[in-house]
Write a protein that binds this ligand. Structure first.
Ligand SMILES: [Zn+2]
Length: 148
């Protein structure tokens, strides 16, 4: 199955399945032909910082999973391909973001991130789940279900 994103039409509420490769081509709603707002659809992990966290995570209209990592953390690197695959597989439904804890102490302490890698799962601006340690794609997906 080709990778596709679910984009909800702001006019009629229809869920449109848009191939990821066509997101940039100004798609329209299959039901009412209104232009679809694909600006919030991300197909790769997004880097967030103390400055952008509230806008990118708290104000986002879908569930968000945040990977807290550091350059010196070997187990963190093993999460990269997992998160890249999930960002594509859940495009438009779940946003994947990455936070470098060394460079962003405010957000790190705000959520009391003590161990790396940690995943924080956000829904409607609240943390609904957390995990610690490297996980497989399947393991992360069991936690993502609560965000859909
Ligand atoms: Zn529509």
């Amino acid at each position: 199955m080709p990778n596709s994103a679910i984009v909800i039409c702001s006019s009629c509420g229809t869920k449109n399945r848009i191939p990821v490769a066509r997101i940039g081509e100004s798609p329209v709603c299959g039901q009412c032909k209104s232009p679809l707002n694909t600006a919030a659809v991300t197909t790769a992990p997004v880097i967030v910082t103390d400055q952008t966290f509230d806008r990118e995570v708290m104000a986002h209209n879908t569930g968000v999973v945040m990977d807290c990592w550091a350059p010196w953390c070997g187990h963190c690197k093993s999460m990269d391909p997992v998160l890249t695959a999930l960002a594509l597989a859940y495009a438009g439904r779940i946003k994947v973001v990455k936070l470098n804890v060394d460079e962003n102490p405010a957000t790190t302490s705000r959520f009391r991130v003590m161990s790396l890698p940690s995943l924080l799962f956000f829904k409607d601006g609240k943390v609904v789940d957390t995990t610690v340690g490297a996980l497989s794609r399947h393991e992360v997906e069991t936690h993502l279900k609560a965000l859909l």
